[in-house]
Write a protein that binds this ligand. Structure first.
Ligand SMILES: [Zn+2]
Length: 227
């Protein structure tokens, strides 16, 4: 009977520990969050890239227009025979050329900025990708562990049920009463005549009856002293 009681207690302690493990894992899984700062940063970069792209289009449209203008002016230049007008047309052409040069310069600097940004975007994208993979892995890990622990708990509880059914009702009642009043363990060792939990010395005559309890804390001795 003591053997069964010892086994029951160890299964019930295991039940408590498994529950604790499950709760801890559930808490950890709840705290598992995907880091969104990189995604936010990526959105910002993409917006900047978009606005640069708009600028670039505007600039190339502008330089296209300037080139058309230059063509017209140069045509006039070729057609014109009036020397006075030739000079003013020449000046105009030079001004337009200068504008075209500036516009192309701007286009180049925009393209350079875009290139840098695109590199950053690619870096962020791959970093987000690996973070997402990692997050999923961790999530799967928690889910698998939780499942395994739940199965373990169920098996353990089934075992507890079987043992309880095999035990005498009055012994179970005594054990459960102790459990409700004291914390586990309630089946304890007797070490050289002393209770291993409360430390009280026990009268020397004990040790042969079934279910010997501590004179102080009422815990049941596990029988290991009787060999
Ligand atoms: Zn005791």
């Amino acid at each position: 009977m003591l053997e069964k009681l010892n086994l029951l207690q160890s299964l019930e302690i295991k039940h408590v520990n498994l529950l604790k493990e499950i709760q801890m894992l559930e808490r950890e899984a709840k705290n598992l969050n995907i880091d969104t700062t990189a995604t936010e940063e990526l959105d910002k970069l993409l917006l900047r890239l978009e606005s640069l792209n708009k600028d670039l289009k505007k600039m190339s449209h502008e330089s296209g227009q300037l080139n058309e203008e230059l063509k017209t002016v140069e045509q006039k230049y070729e057609e014109n025979v009036n020397p006075k007008e030739i000079e003013s047309v020449y000046d105009k052409a030079n001004i337009i050329k200068e504008q075209i040069f500036k516009a192309e310069d701007k286009e180049l600097s925009i393209m350079e900025k875009m290139e840098v940004l695109e590199k950053e975007v690619n870096f962020l994208k791959s970093s987000i990708e690996s973070k997402t993979i990692n997050y999923k892995k961790q999530k799967d890990f928690f889910a698998e562990n939780l499942k395994a622990l739940t199965v373990k708990l169920q098996d353990n509880d089934d075992e507890i049920k079987v043992i309880r059914e095999q035990m005498k009702q009055e012994i179970l009642a005594q054990y459960d009463l102790l459990k409700s009043k004291l914390s586990l363990p309630v089946i304890v060792a007797l070490n050289n005549g002393y209770c291993s939990v409360c430390g009280m010395e026990q009268p020397s005559y004990i040790g042969n009856e079934n279910l010997v309890t501590c004179v102080n804390c009422s815990r049941i001795f596990d029988g290991s002293h009787r060999s």
